[in-house]
Design a protein around this ligand. Structure first.
Ligand code: ADP
Length: 403
């Protein structure tokens, strides 16, 4: 089965192509035959397109970014043309899987795309203005150049759709509930994949496990998972709530926003920019949103970088503590995404706060490794795992199941 994955975002676009041979899904993600990326913010007016294939072919181009659909169509055509060709013709693709960030309350499962689903994705753009329009654009480009190849929408909110009302509803006026203002949660594909992979590594049934998954990338969120479903998460109505992130503030007192509106006449756009782009590690350190650069700055004595890291760790520990309350116990704590997979010192700092649960990290295992693994001692009451998240593969599995 030949599966094309399209993961269209506002500033970047990632695609890959899997071929699954045989009647069963492989246990481990196969290497994609073709991987492609567009960086929309590369240079003023120019997008950077990069393609590589499993056989080693590489393509790198700069294209006018004025028409995004044209650039995306150009990128997808490298699947069946030029030196990056891996299939004879577009018809060879069996199914296309799209990551769609917001599925509202209606879409709790992956769904074959038709005009009704497209309308729904468009209507949720009000809740995810940076993402859903880009997702829809990806769907429409595929329709145009691939014709009738079936397409599937896999929603990032779906895994959180059954969070109980007490955790999902904000204690504002009741009108908010009627207006759809509630916790939706994000990074669902990553949290779900990590939960399933944890059950596989521990040799346990997923429904029997109480898990907290920590997705720590540029965006950061936690999920509390019971019976294989998310029962609480730190991101909320938007991906701004919760943990401190690369350039997003995470949760702050909403009174600060009222103060800034009144005292400094800030506009909604200005607040949006401040909270999403000029806060978090970037805002506090003044150095970067990238943790690698924060760690370098700390090593050369930068106090603001140290403060940024201290806040990041404090918020991470508080968030894990909050997730614990929804589980009534903890079998495993899982770290994933750029920071979670690569930074042993952050994992250690987070875990130190939970030694009272009998959690014992093994320093010899908490070291860099390309493998998914457990990093606790054999007598640790709570297991800690590092899992390399595979969101594209999670979308491919959904396609496989629906085909
Ligand atoms: P995204 O949320 O954009 O998918 P990633 O999961 O790739 O992001 O995580 C990006 C972040 O991970 C970077 O900003 C960087 O801070 C961090 N990161 C990635 N690799 C490393 C590393 N080897 N050491 C420290 N931090 C890393």
């Amino acid at each position: 089965m030949k599966i094309l994955i399209v993961n269209a975002g506002s500033s970047s676009q990632k695609s890959c192509f899997y071929e699954i041979v045989g009647d069963a899904l492989p246990k481990h993600p196969p290497v994609p035959l073709w991987e492609a990326q567009i960086d929309w913010t590369h240079k003023q007016g120019l997008a950077e397109v990069k393609v590589k294939t499993a056989s080693g072919a590489i393509l790198k181009e700069e294209l006018q970014s004025e028409s995004r659909p044209k650039v995306l169509a150009h990128l997808l055509k490298t699947l069946w043309s030029g030196n990056t060709q891996v299939i004879e013709e577009p018809k060879a693709i069996d199914i296309v899987g799209h990551r769609v960030v917001h599925g509202g309350r209606e879409y709790q499962q992956s769904t074959m795309i038709n005009s009704e689903v497209k309308e729904a994705i468009a209507s949720f753009a009000i809740l995810a203005p940076d993402h859903n329009p880009a997702n829809l654009e990806g769907i429409e480009v595929c329709e145009e150049i691939l014709g009738t190849v079936p397409q599937v929408a896999v929603f990032d909110t779906a895994f959180h759709a059954q969070i109980p009302d007490a955790a999902a509803i904000y204690p504002g006026p009741y009108e908010w509930v009627e207006q759809g203002i509630r916790r939706y949660g994000f990074h669902g594909l990553s949290h779900q994949y990590c939960a399933e992979r944890t059950a596989q590594i521990l040799g346990r049934d997923l429904p029997s496990l109480r898990l907290i998954t920590c997705h720590l990338g540029n965006g950061c969120s936690l999920a509390a998972i019971r019976n294989g479903r998310s029962v609480d998460t730190t991101m909320g109505f938007t991906p701004l709530e919760g943990l401190m992130m690369g350039s997003r503030s995470g949760s702050v007192d909403p009174g600060i926003l009222i103060y800034l509106l009144r005292q400094y006449n800030y506009s909604a756009d200005k607040l949006n920019e401040l909270l999403n782009k000029e806060s978090g590690l970037q805002g506090i350190s003044g150095v970067s949103n990238d943790l690698r650069q924060i760690l370098e700055a700390i090593a050369s004595g930068n106090q603001r970088a140290q403060l940024a890291l201290d806040i990041y760790i404090h918020r991470l520990r508080s968030g894990i503590g909050a997730m614990l309350t929804s589980l009534g116990g903890l079998d495993a704590l899982i770290f994933t995404a750029g920071v979670g997979e690569n930074v042993a010192s952050i994992r250690e700092a987070a875990c130190t706060a939970f030694q009272f649960l009998g959690l014992k990290l093994d320093p010899e295992k908490n070291v860099p490794s390309p493998d998914d693994r457990e990093i606790t001692t054999s007598d640790s009451a709570v297991k800690v795992l590092v899992i390399h998240t595979q969101e594209d593969w999670a979308i491919a599995r959904e396609c496989w199941q629906l085909f």
